[in-house]
Design a protein around this ligand. Structure first.
Ligand code: KG4
Ligand code: ZN
Length: 335
């Protein structure tokens, strides 16, 4: 079995995965959403301190599996440096004391492998990754052959929901909150501009849309705006944010219809996005893969699923060499 640790942002999570059967034997996640909600976003130092409390609490529940462990896996990039450090430090200590190999897992690959938890891999696949930190389209042929073919030039899809929510004092994380409020709103009340509409390039941008929403809220009277205004801003913003993704994904389909398409990452829980992609895939006879809602946001089960493949390839790292990386600079995975 492999014990996997995830602490790249505001979720402390540990999973135990069976290498042979790919079964998820144990999985627990402690989210810090409530603690960060008052600040309208993740406070890295607070997140790190909460990981220090939560990770050992989860670890003691896994004690019965310790004798069966063959490796320790941990997310080492990308993420917040102070929070990644907590998971990596625990993983190093466990690897050293059990005298078993250490596996460094890329968080984005984790999101991709959330599709394959307790399942076989499906490749080749075109993957839309939408999270709080990333908005990318990845061409994936195997774990070691993945290429980022489109990404955001500024903010991410998920982050724009967080910011719009914060602007109206609605709480964190913004994704589910904006979605929920938007259901009661009129999506046609505000005509926000679809980003990069005229550009032939397949890339994303959310800073302009965020700004347009900010200006609209200011016009309405900032924090004084009434409930219906908030619902209408949420609905109109969500419609535009999804329209932007859909416009670019359609462009991609026009170039070449993918055999398999998938949406992963915390923001892939967005219903409007899921439904729109579903329609597009149905129309083009593309097979669509979605991770289960409980595995969309950060979790250690997806890290464990990647770790199984890395274990088979003996892709280990020494405790001296494991490093944390906050960002991925290259346009290809792995780092
Ligand atoms: O993957 P994830 O858990 O963490 C990162 O790796 O960033 O994604 C969290 C992000 C947050 O920005 C959150 O607001 C967004 O995903 N999110 C959503 C929805 N649910 C979560 N965004 C839009 N619609 C949703 N339903
Ligand atoms: Zn994530």
């Amino acid at each position: 079995m492999i014990l996997s640790i995830e602490s790249s942002c505001d979720d402390s999570s540990i999973a135990i995965t069976d290498i042979k059967t790919k079964k998820l034997i144990y999985h627990k996640k402690i989210s810090q959403e409530l603690e960060h909600s008052v600040y309208g976003g993740v406070v890295p130092e607070l997140a790190a301190r909460l990981h220090v409390e939560a990770l050992p609490k989860i670890l003691v529940e896994c004690q019965e599996y310790f004798p069966k462990l063959k490796a320790i896996a941990v997310t080492n990039a990308p993420g917040l440096s102070v929070t990644l450090m907590e998971g990596v430090t625990m993983a190093k200590a466990l690897s050293l004391s059990f005298n078993i190999p250490l596996i460094a897992v890329n968080h984005l690959k984790g999101h991709i492998y959330s599709l394959f938890i307790e399942k076989e891999e499906v490749f080749p696949s075109t993957i839309l990754l939408v999270s709080g930190g990333h908005t990318q389209i990845i061409e994936a042929n195997s774990l070691s052959d993945m290429k980022i073919i489109a990404s955001t030039i500024d903010d991410s899809f998920g982050e724009s929901f967080d910011k719009v929510s914060k602007m109206m004092g609605l709480g964190y994380p913004g994704g589910p909150i904006v979605q929920e409020n938007g259901i009661k709103g009129n999506e046609n009340r505000f005509d926000f501009p679809v980003p990069l509409r005229q550009s032939p390039k397949i890339e994303f941008s959310y800073s302009g849309l965020k700004n347009a929403v900010r200006l609209q809220i200011e016009k309405l009277g900032d924090k004084e705006i009434n409930e219906q205004d908030k619902y209408d801003v949420c609905a109109s913003f969500e419609k535009t944010a999804v329209a932007h993704i859909m416009q670019k994904v359609k462009k991609l389909f026009k170039k070449k219809i993918p055999l398999n398409f998938a949406i992963v990452g915390g923001a892939s829980a967005n219903i409007r996005l899921r439904t729109s992609i579903e329609e597009l895939c149905n129309k083009n006879k593309t097979k669509l893969f979605l991770s289960e809602l409980k595995y969309c946001s950060d979790n250690a089960a997806m890290i464990g699923r990647v770790a199984i493949e890395q274990y088979k390839q003996k892709d280990f790292i020494s405790i001296e060499d494991i490093d944390i990386q906050t960002r991925i600079k290259e346009r290809s995975l792995p780092l």
